[in-house]
Design a protein around this ligand. Structure first.
Ligand SMILES: [Zn+2]
Length: 282
């Protein structure tokens, strides 16, 4: 039994006391009114129990009724406590790690969406769509273990969509991510405008850092496997593994080489669509 269910079942002493107090107050007020308003006494004397129609409160505030539970993993109806809920099988959790291009603020990071596919275990299957500035700090705050950050799909090469990549990948290896990082993204009109080119030169930019961390145990964690697909392809498949397919198609975003993605999770019959930086119907 969860803490929440326990709270639901046991009579809450404080609530009971407060309820009786309110009943007493209502009776007193009613009695006062009855002295001056004929007919009010019968209403005040009736024993109408005051209680929250939505059930006991787990942590304060209004609770959701039992018949309304977006998914069974939700135990506390008021807050999400990262790392405390096991995502059940066939349930998808979508979390925005960031959502702004510019300017960054203390409350809003660069664009990134974490898609988690529940398996009933403590570590769900994860996919990242874009990895903008500041998003990694939110992934860590979501209790995502750094070594398990992988499968990153970049919609286009505006830096607010990948700025945390050069920062994150060496530290991922350093902190135990000993397997190669997998990154997916579109080609460009010329090779220099595509994902492979960006990743190659990002690693050049990080050469000092990579060589420095070679002194640490990193395994193959510094390697980056790039899946660069043809940006012009409609409904191309850039990921197909263990019942999950990710498709892509071109988007209009000032310049050639921007993509949208659709993740289809066959077993669960669930899909997620990320159109990058364009309207959903374009
Ligand atoms: Zn953009």
């Amino acid at each position: 039994m969860t803490q929440d269910e326990t709270n639901q079942n046991k009579p809450a002493g404080n609530d009971q006391g407060r309820r009786n107090f309110l009943k007493g107050s209502a009776a007193a007020v009613g009695a006062g009114l009855a002295a001056s308003v004929p007919g009010m006494a019968s209403a005040a004397d009736s024993d109408c129990e005051m209680k929250n129609p939505y059930g006991a409160r787990p942590g304060g505030g209004i609770s959701l009724p039992d018949y309304y539970k977006p998914w069974p993993a939700i135990k506390n109806r008021n807050v999400f406590m990262p790392g405390t809920e096991i995502l059940p099988k066939n349930e998808m959790r979508i979390s925005f790690l960031g959502s702004t291009p510019w300017p960054p603020t203390r409350l809003q990071s660069g664009t990134s969406i974490l898609v988690e596919l529940g398996n009933g275990e403590s570590q769900p299957r994860r996919f990242f769509f874009d990895l903008g500035n500041g998003s990694i700090s939110n992934a860590i705050a979501m209790q995502v273990p750094a070594p398990l950050i992988n499968d990153i799909f970049i919609s286009h090469l505006h830096s607010d969509h990948f700025a945390d990549l050069p920062y994150m990948y060496p530290f991922r290896a350093f902190s135990g991510g000993y397997t190669p990082l997998r990154v997916y993204g579109p080609s460009g009109r010329t090779p220099e405008l595509g994902m492979k080119h960006m990743i190659k030169h990002m690693r050049e930019m990080n050469r000092w850092h990579e060589e420095n961390f070679n002194a640490c145990p990193i395994g193959d964690g510094m390697e980056i496997e790039v899946t660069e697909f043809d940006w012009k392809e409609e409904n191309g498949i850039c990921y197909d593994k263990d019942g999950v397919k990710v498709r892509h198609w071109p988007r209009s975003h000032v310049k050639d080489g921007a993509s949208a993605y659709r993740l289809d999770w066959e077993d669960a019959g669930l899909s997620f669509v990320w159109t990058g930086e364009c309207r959903p119907d374009e």
